[in-house]
Write a protein that binds this ligand. Structure first.
Ligand code: SF4
Length: 701
């Protein structure tokens, strides 16, 4: 923390993890610029990052703790001790009545790794419930599960430098131009600098990302597994599989081959809505590339077939030997700035620190020993994942919930049910930097949290790079760093000794020991080394110099056989397919200048200017058919509810598909909150909800 000068930090929006230089004048952040020396962005920033100074001193900053006994009462200002005591007494009452699983903790990919670690240590190691999940469940758990199934452990094998060496990009379900703009610039540069580079984009919308594609496959939403199997079938037919790699480094090829063969381009083309010849062109461009890099995000992950889509992408990479070498690999781009840190620190309902699993008795014992808690303190019962958690609150199976750094009433699918569930809870504690948000409005306890430049800690970006965010300025009012709030609460719950940290670095030093000898070993990292390098990629065990750019370069995978696993996958329709009553497919997403639920970017005039209000995109064909005119209001209804939005008629949409950005929630207007109509169905393995496919009807108002 400084009064005047500059400090290095990391952007708190997307998982690109751009390094920042923060200029401070008289104790306030005056400006932000890209850090030229940062190994992930080399000085580049998008507009969201460049305007970060404008999200700090807003009139809705939450400045001091507040409580109320019930939702019909106004909040009253209290001291920190009173607020924490209030929360602790209600959590204790819930636990006394219903046991540890009657409470739950819901975090965020915005939390720093140290915050995540403490949140989980308290919930799983001391309170004894695995009901700790995060909004990252909505983001990348499908990718995390698929990596585990294919490689034995979680973690993207690639590095951003692979973008500079790839010959063919297969971008699926990812509008990188809007959602990871700095990485998109790097892809454009690679394409501009080499005439032979090919870009294949799979997206039902003709997004700005698809605009640079050599082959744009505008598939019907939800059909990616059929497409990817079909590409594999065509690669086999063309004799382009890498048999030497398959023989030496993989297992399970036979079943995958048998499954894929049923998906020839001719067979699937009509069903998925693209030409067979285009599928073949894409398959050959991928397989003939010297190095092919697949990149994907929510279009693959947020689906009831999310894990299968990820596995199908990994199958393609394995079949063509596109892994472990420059420019090649299956690269899942995480969405949030520290979704990776949450995976590392055990921030999900099924995980423990150091990529351990709550389902594994040995992992539970290791963590009990590490934390010095009695045997069987960590429950063997799987915790509630995001959608399950809010369902359980609505059913009063969970009566006390702690929500940190996220706004689930706005971001969760089936939002009316989520809001209704919180209204029934005995206590809702919300730890946030702003009030009101859609979620703080339903809280009993409001705890003011520090923002990105007001606290220190580490985050891991999409290329496994761990970076330190320095504290630039003091937090306003009585706001505190998240880790300190968790420590206060832990003390009030009777576990003060185990949470008596002098500073955030001490938490990192403890956390990194949980990674010793594991796939993500970080024991060779320290704040000092991370600061000096601008960030290091795991694994980095003690004694080694420099991080690990690329995983599996030696062709050895951390499975029991040392081989990567093919996983045969089959196309499954969406959980709630279209029918005569709901004949359109609604897909949700983002716009370039807004971030999630707009608690920050919604206050920056320059970011709001491009898209000042919510809208729905519809194809000219459908608009004509339904008499819908540009800019006019339409009503969109699903099996849950209906919303009203202004129509944007655009030929970037394929007929039968509608698109709504999810940023504008009920604080803007209940009538436009698209998550009210989105289905809460989720993938059976990853439990990631199907935010990219909802059957709806649409008509003009
Ligand atoms: S690309 Fe992502 S990390 Fe970089 S400045 Fe933009 S939002 Fe921040």
């Amino acid at each position: 923390m400084i009064e005047n000068g500059s400090v290095r930090s990391v952007c708190p929006y997307c998982a690109t993890g751009c390094g920042l230089v923060v200029e401070v004048r008289n104790g306030h952040v005056r400006s932000v610029r890209g850090d030229k020396h940062h190994p992930s962005n080399f000085g580049s920033l998008c507009r969201k990052g460049a305007l970060l100074d404008e999200v700090l001193d807003t009139p809705d900053r939450l400045l001091y703790p507040q409580v109320r006994d019930s939702l019909d009462q106004p909040f009253r200002r209290v001291t920190w001790d009173e607020a924490i005591a209030f929360a602790a007494s209600r959590f204790k009452a819930s636990i006394e009545r219903g046991g540890p699983d009657s409470v739950a903790f819901y975090g965020s990919g915005q939390l720093l790794t140290e915050d995540y670690y403490l949140f989980g240590k308290l919930a799983k190691g001391y309170i004894g419930t695995n009901n700790q999940d995060t909004n990252s469940r909505l983001c990348m758990t499908s990718a995390s599960a698929a990596y585990g199934m294919a490689f034995g452990v979680d973690g993207p094998p690639c590095t951003y430098e692979d973008i500079d060496a790839a010959d063919t990009f297969l971008i699926l379900g990812a509008n990188i131009e809007a959602c990871h703009p700095v990485l998109f610039k790097r892809i454009e540069q690679r394409k501009r600098g080499n005439r032979n580079v090919r870009v294949i984009v799979v997206d039902p919308r003709r997004t700005p990302t698809a605009a640079i594609a050599d082959i744009h496959l505008a598939v019907r939403p939800g059909t990616d597994v059929a497409l990817l199997n079909s590409m594999l079938a065509e690669i086999v037919i063309a004799g382009l599989v890498d048999e030497a790699f398959i023989d030496a480094h993989t297992e399970g090829w036979g079943e995958t081959l048998a499954a894929a063969k049923r998906y020839t381009a001719e067979r699937v083309a009509r069903g998925i809505g693209v030409d067979a010849e285009d599928i073949r062109r894409a398959a050959l461009a991928y397989a003939r590339a010297g190095a092919a890099l697949s990149l994907w995000t929510m279009g693959a992950n947020q689906s009831t077939a999310g894990v299968d889509k990820n596995l199908a992408l990994i199958n393609l990479a394995l079949a063509t030997g596109n892994i472990g070498r420059p420019g090649a690999g299956p690269f899942s781009l995480t969405g949030q700035p520290n979704a990776m840190g949450g995976r590392e620190a055990g921030g999900l309902a099924h995980t423990l620190p150091g990529h351990r699993s709550v389902a594994n008795p040995e992992h539970r014992r290791e963590m009990e020993e590490f934390w010095g808690v009695p045997e069987e303190t960590i429950s063997a019962k799987p915790g509630l994942t995001a959608v399950e958690m809010f369902d359980a609150i609505g059913k009063r199976q969970v009566t006390a919930v702690w929500i940190a750094a996220t706004n689930p009433v706005a971001s969760m699918p089936n939002a009316d049910a989520v809001a209704g569930a919180l209204r029934t809870a005995d206590v809702v504690v919300v730890q946030d930097a702003y009030h009101p948000t859609e979620t703080t409005q339903l809280a009993h306890v409001l705890l003011p949290a520090a923002q990105w430049s007001e606290h220190a800690g580490t985050m891991t970006n999409a290329e496994r790079r761990v970076c330190v965010l320095e504290q630039a300025t003091a937090a306003p009012g009585e706001a505190q760093p998240d880790w300190q709030i968790f420590c206060r609460f832990a003390e009030a719950m009777g576990h003060g000794e185990a949470f008596a940290y002098q500073n955030v670095e001490a938490i990192f030093e403890e956390f990194k020991q949980t990674t010793a000898g594991r796939d993500l070993d970080m024991t060779g990292m320290s704040y000092e080394l991370l600061r000096a390098s601008g960030g290091l990629q795991w694994p980095l065990p003690t004694g080694r110099r420099g991080g690990t750019k690329r995983l599996y370069a030696d062709g050895i995978f951390p499975t029991s056989s040392g081989r990567a696993r093919f996983n045969a996958v089959e196309y499954r329709p969406a959980a709630e397919p279209i029918d005569a009553d709901f004949p359109f497919i609604l897909t949700t997403g983002r716009v370039k200048d807004q971030w999630h639920t707009r608690t920050r970017t919604g206050k920056v005039k320059k970011l709001v200017a491009g898209d000042p209000e919510p809208f729905i995109e519809i194809s000219p064909f459908d608009a004509r058919d339904l008499g819908i005119e540009q800019g006019k209001l339409v009503e969109v209804a699903s099996r849950r509810s209906a919303v009203r939005l202004r129509a944007r008629v655009t030929d970037t949409m394929r007929p039968g598909v509608l698109f709504v950005p999810f940023h504008w929630s009920r604080l803007w207007s209940t009538e436009t909150d698209v998550n009210r109509i989105v289905s809460g169905a989720f993938d059976p393995i990853s439990k990631e909800p199907e935010l990219k496919y909802t059957a709806v009807s649409i008509h003009r108002v």
